[in-house]
Design a protein around this ligand. Structure first.
Ligand SMILES: [Zn+2]
Ligand SMILES: [Zn+2]
Length: 157
């Protein structure tokens, strides 16, 4: 078998699925990777604020059908950029799930230009906001079976 190099999208999405494995909320294990000029700037997965106990240890913190204990993967990736003083403007964010409305708004204001996501998440407001802001939103088509996102509950996070 000849060696087949992955495309850039395949490469970064593979890494995004690895990042998602660090998630600490089993309602959905989400990963995000921010890339600019073919280089990874930051990564994030959904989990509790630093130093606080995780859903997987003490259970979810449910408010109106959502677990509010965690920061979302996209938020953690953007916050990591702020923490380290890295501009993500003009970059791409790879995510295992389509962003929610809150993450969409943060993506817009962080200056990210493109979102590549694998799993569906039913938040049409997020799609509308990203479209209105001119952020390119692309469904990632070629996820292999073992990488397929677990069927996440619709009310995730
Ligand atoms: Zn949780
Ligand atoms: Zn979100």
């Amino acid at each position: 078998m000849p060696h087949i190099r992955p495309s850039w999208d395949d490469y970064f999405m593979d890494i995004t699925f690895q990042v998602a494995k660090r998630s600490t909320c089993d309602r959905a294990r989400v990963g995000a990777v921010i890339v600019k000029d073919k280089r990874i700037l930051t990564t994030g997965y959904n989990g509790s604020p630093a130093g606080q106990p995780h859903c997987d240890e003490i259970g979810h913190l449910m408010v109106e059908g959502h677990c509010v204990r965690t920061l979302h993967a996209e938020q953690n990736a953007i916050i990591q950029a702020a923490l380290h003083g890295v501009s993500v403007a003009g970059g791409t964010i790879y995510v295992t799930h389509q962003p929610c409305i809150t993450c969409a708004k943060m993506i817009i204001n962080a200056g990210l230009q493109r979102v590549v996501y694998a799993g569906h998440y039913p938040d049409t407001n997020a799609v509308d906001f990203l479209n209105a802001a001119g952020v390119v939103l692309e469904a990632y088509p070629s996820v292999s079976d073992e990488q397929q996102v677990d069927e996440a509950p619709l009310e995730t996070n």
